[in-house]
Write a protein that binds this ligand. Structure first.
Ligand code: ADP
Ligand code: MG
Ligand code: MG
Length: 520
């Protein structure tokens, strides 16, 4: 299939087939841990919801799917090199962003405070590069456009693998979906996705690189997290496949528990419920928290973050790698020559492609750039003034993004001018840059029209037919330092499908459904 069209979707079902499929999907989800906690769960929990799901996989052009997977190691290398370039991070994140955005400011200043003392040369990245299909009247072919690149707490690796397994099960349990579509009958329509296994393997490689068999991996998690099973599956994967223990703590719990040996800098945690046992050494710190201001309700969380950062444990991610994932960095990478500098300069660290001209080429630069859409700073540079003009005269073409993660923070279309006005009026200290400098302006990606699917919200027992938009996430794992690179590879995919009417919304709040891909 050429990437200019998608099949008419979903194929039609009789009422009985529909009913049967819904039953099979819901029971499969509940029995295979494709689940979320309901809102306001007790502890320990007593009930679960099936995670939001789609009855059919959603079609995605194979060529673009393969392309997204192919370029993931180049993206991994790019972001690793950004994290290793202190001067660049200082210039971009230590500039006006750190002055107008308190959270990014704390993160950058905290990193600057500890970076000379760090004893662990290796860092672990578990990344997810997110894309939408872009379809315009001027080009006949659909394109793949990057939404953002996540370097911290990239979630749904486990549930995504389960979603794929569920659609394969539905296919075989219904004689390839009742024969209603040739796409559903093709084995090749269901790509192999082992995101859970691949991400688990990445964490296990980090553990191995640390080199202490009786150590453990620390998961730093949020209080009240509904997506706990996505994390638990990773925990079981580490234990069952790799023999590695996981200790889970919320960020605030660690304030009282975490200790660092003064000379060796090993991070030690008390063994849970064995008060007389020796403390457990932590080999890898995996953050599924610490990425948003509400994870730091007081200065004590920042103190904990710095304590953990100073330890010998391998961080996933390090503070530098978290800074590298800022939307401001994504925007600056788009400025002329910046990508060439990171991918082609002779003096950049290896990160899996060797050094300089022997490794990456202009063709690789072009491939990444092909996935970009317009991005502008909101400062008083020439680009910034152009952005301001565009945002106030043609707002319907844009989204305005703050330096935030976790969804629900962006400002869309005609809301932009009044948001900019409010930012201009916001209080600021003398000499402080304007608040808008903490934002970036991004051209809207326009996904193809006419694709529908049956979506089931978490906790509901019926499916709703929706006009859908799918966001493809490609995972990457990377274990690297200035001097060495242990691994750089792709780690599977995620396809989140949402009703077109909503600009965004997380899986947990029910607007996005997890579905696997049918690549016709
Ligand atoms: P976050 O880090 O909070 O997930 P994103 O940049 O991914 O922030 O934006 C959240 C959501 O907003 C995306 O999942 C996507 O649905 C939508 N979105 C973001 N940027 C664009 C864009 N340029 N065009 C269309 N939709 C976008
Ligand atoms: Mg993000
Ligand atoms: Mg996102």
């Amino acid at each position: 299939m050429s990437p200019s069209t998608l099949p008419s979707w979903p194929p039609s079902l009789s009422a009985e087939q529909h009913e049967y499929l819904l039953l099979l999907a819901s029971t499969y989800a509940l029995s295979h841990g494709f689940i979320l906690l309901p809102p306001k769960s007790s502890s320990p929990p007593t009930h679960t919801f099936a995670a939001p799901l789609s009855l059919f996989p959603t079609p995605f052009p194979r060529q673009l799917y393969d392309f997204a997977r192919e370029i993931q190691p180049i993206y991994n290398a790019l972001y690793a090199r950004v994290a290793l370039d202190w001067e660049f991070l200082d210039r971009v994140m230590g500039g006006s962003v750190s002055k107008v955005d308190t959270f990014q400011g704390e993160l950058w200043r905290g990193w600057r405070q500890v970076r000379e003392e760090l004893v662990q040369p290796i860092q672990l990245g578990i990344f997810r590069s997110d894309y939408l299909l872009h379809s315009t009247s001027t080009k006949s072919d659909m394109e793949l456009k990057q939404v953002e690149f996540n370097t911290i707490a990239a979630s749904f690796g486990a549930l995504s693998q389960r979603a794929g397994e569920m659609h394969r099960y539905l296919a075989s349990a219904t004689d390839q979906y009742f024969g209603v579509s040739s796409y559903l009958e093709e084995e090749s329509s269901y790509p192999h996705n082992e995101s859970l296994e691949q991400i688990g393997a990445g964490l296990a490689e980090g553990f191995k690189a640390y080199g202490k068999k009786d150590a453990a991996v620390l998961f730093v998690v949020q209080d009240g997290e509904r997506n706990v099973f996505d994390q638990r599956w990773l925990e079981y994967e580490l234990l069952e496949r790799h023999g590695i223990r996981v200790i889970r703590h919320t960020f605030s719990e660690l304030a009282n528990l975490a200790q660092i040996d003064r000379t060796t800098k090993t991070l030690l945690l008390p063994s849970p419920f064995l008060p007389n046992a020796a403390p457990t050494e932590i080999a890898v710190i995996y953050y599924r928290s610490a990425y948003t201001p509400s994870d730091y309700p007081s200065s004590s969380e920042w103190t904990t973050r710095l304590l953990l950062e100073r330890s010998r444990a391998i961080k996933c991610p390090s503070m530098a790698l978290q800074l590298a994932g800022a939307k401001k960095i994504q925007q600056v990478l788009c400025e002329p020559g910046v990508l060439e500098d990171f991918l082609l300069s002779e003096d950049r660290p290896d990160v899996g492609f060797g050094h300089g001209s022997g490794s990456l080429s202009q063709a690789d630069v072009d491939k990444l750039r092909e996935t970009w859409i317009g991005l502008w700073p909101m400062d008083d540079s020439e680009y910034g003034r152009e952005a301001y003009h565009l945002a106030t005269t043609q707002p319907e073409r844009f989204v305005l993004k703050p330096q935030r993660e976790g969804g629900g923070n962006n400002i869309y279309r005609t809301d932009i001018p009044s948001a900019l006005e409010a930012l201009a009026k916001a209080d600021r200290a003398p000499g402080e840059p304007e608040k808008k400098e903490g934002y970036i302006l991004m051209e809207l990606i326009t996904p193809p029209q006419g694709l529908h699917n049956w979506l089931v919200k978490g906790g509901e027992s019926k499916a709703r037919k929706a006009d859908v938009v799918s966001e493809l996430g490609v995972y990457g794992v990377m274990l690297f330092g200035d001097e060495e690179v242990v691994l750089n590879r792709g780690a599977g995919t995620l396809l989140r499908t949402k009703g077109r009417e909503s600009d965004e919304g997380g899986v947990a709040i029910g607007k996005f459904c997890l579905c696997e891909i049918c690549v016709p």
